[in-house]
Design a protein around this ligand. Structure first.
Ligand code: NDP
Length: 434
């Protein structure tokens, strides 16, 4: 904390990992001898840059851009770009640090990185978004490439933004290097199934966890926070598996529709019209709108999937969910539960799926997109979805086994941290101190 003052989210992510590594380090002193932990918590490279652009009124605007290239022990840096006004060094570092372990868990050859900007896409015209993306990529292009660092989307960065950034990257390079960015549109090298991958993967992981405990999604009441990319496809897949999805949220509030959320209305409001979820009750008068974001966790449910943002579910919300007999919680977003909330779930024997494992489906399919780009082939949706399901099952199994091996049976948070750590740490030792 002295070395990285005011980086609370980064400290939180590191603390969570280190706590679960205690038995691993005690059993394997070689990791300490090789300074693995000290090297893992220090990014290999941090790039911070100015992003100047001109708005539609001719005003010069200046944002801050980041790319943290955290660890390349098992492959090129890989991780999304977030455009949101709350982005700062701590947020990008926590996301990049988590990405190291998540990417290792996917069994794909990808290192960990993350980036973004404090640019707020809300209320911006399409032309402003394009100019911002071009300026951002003008600097970022010096640092990325198919074999060095491969960014993708995250909050505020979807296919439109990736398209504008890819266009600028191609122009600056003078080459069509499809593998330099993932989450691309299908006509220019995107993978079918990438849009759905994080949300579907979240549900596939939870399905494995529920099955192992004699449960399933069938007939269960599910609450999913957020209404963006991860949330929409988590809701869609949970509903396909027979669950009743009764609530979702955005950054202003939540909707509760006891008859089941009408996903098409949510998509029209959020994706097409880009409005507030408050609009939902105009079309569905039986639904309720709540004006607090955390209010969603007071709704009784069997399965809760926080899919919006970091620290959106605190100890108070975890206690409410537990008192309402929630059976399982799966983190579709990155670090959505505070450490106290996680402990509350563990103390109350609520099944808990950690973000690194649960939401790894998105980056796993991004790695499949890289594989398709390098072979110049395109797979079908069925092929990608089948690989995604296999990957999520393997992540679940590996996390269970790692937890068992180090005396933490049933603690998937510890298991995911340990399985990811071992792979990266062993690769670092093999490659020497460089
Ligand atoms: P989107 O930008 O598509 O959606 C974010 C959603 O969360 C929006 O509905 C937004 O509401 C809502 N939101 C933002 N802040 C809050 C808040 N404080 N409280 C409640 N809701 C909020 O992002 P993604 O769906 O891509 O990402 C969601 C999470 O999943 C992030 O943690 C991200 O890092 C993680 N993730 C994403 C992956 C991906 O493939 N996209 C992969 C792995 C993890 P509003 O519409 O009002 O802005």
């Amino acid at each position: 904390t002295k070395r990285n003052p005011n980086e609370n989210e980064f400290h939180q992510a590191v603390r969570e990992i280190i706590d679960s590594l205690v038995p691993v380090l005690a059993a394997n002193p070689a990791y300490m001898d090789h300074g693995i932990l000290e090297r893992m918590v220090e990014p290999e490279r941090t790039i911070s840059f100015q992003v100047p652009w001109v708005d539609d009124q001719g005003n010069v605007m200046v944002n801050r851009g980041f790319r943290v290239q955290f660890n390349s022990a098992i492959g090129p840096y890989k991780g999304g770009l977030r455009f949101h006004p709350t982005v700062n060094a701590s947020i990008i570092k926590f996301l990049g640090f988590e990405q190291i372990f998540k990417n290792a868990l996917t069994s794909q050859p990808i290192g960990g990185g993350k980036g973004g900007s404090d640019f707020d896409p809300k209320g911006k015209s399409d032309a402003e978004i394009m100019r911002f993306c071009q300026s951002f990529m003008t600097e970022l292009s010096r640092h990325i490439g198919p074999d060095t660092d491969v960014p993708a989307g995250d909050i505020g960065v979807g296919p439109r933004e990736i398209g504008y950034m890819f266009g600028q990257y191609k122009k600056l390079r003078g080459r069509f290097e499809a593998g330099a960015l993932t989450g691309k549109g299908l006509p220019y090298g995107g993978s079918i199934g990438r849009t759905e991958a994080t949300g579907y993967g979240t549900v596939y992981f939870m399905q494995e966890m529920l099955k192992d405990n004699g449960l399933s999604f069938e007939g269960q009441t599910v609450v999913v926070s957020g209404s963006g990319n991860v949330s929409i496809y988590a809701m869609e897949k949970a509903a396909q598996l027979g669950a009743y999805v009764v609530a979702c949220s955005d950054s202003n509030g939540y909707i509760y529709d006891p008859g089941g959320i009408d996903l098409q209305t949510v998509r029209d409001i959020k994706e097409e019209r880009k409005e507030s979820l408050a609009e939902y009750v105009n079309e569905h008068p039986d639904a309720e709108y709540g004006e607090t974001v955390s209010g969603i966790w007071s709704i009784p449910c069997d399965i809760a999937l926080p899919c919006a943002t970091q620290n959106e579910l605190d100890e108070t919300s975890a206690k409410l969910l537990s008192a309402n007999n929630v059976k399982a919680v799966g983190e579709g977003a990155n670090m959505p539960c505070t450490l106290d909330a996680i402990h509350t779930f563990q103390d109350n024997h609520v099944l808990y799926g950690p973000a690194k494992a649960v939401n790894a489906g998105g980056v796993a399919v991004s790695a499949l997109e890289m594989a398709q780009n390098s072979t110049r082939l395109s797979w079908t949706f069925e092929e990608v979805d089948e690989k995604l399901q296999d990957i999520m099952k393997t992540i679940y199994q590996n996390s269970v086994e790692a937890a068992e091996r180090y005396g933490q049976s049933g603690n998937l948070a510890a298991g995911a941290n340990i399985a990811g750590f071992l792979k990266v740490a062993d690769a670092m030792i093999d490659q020497g101190v460089v």
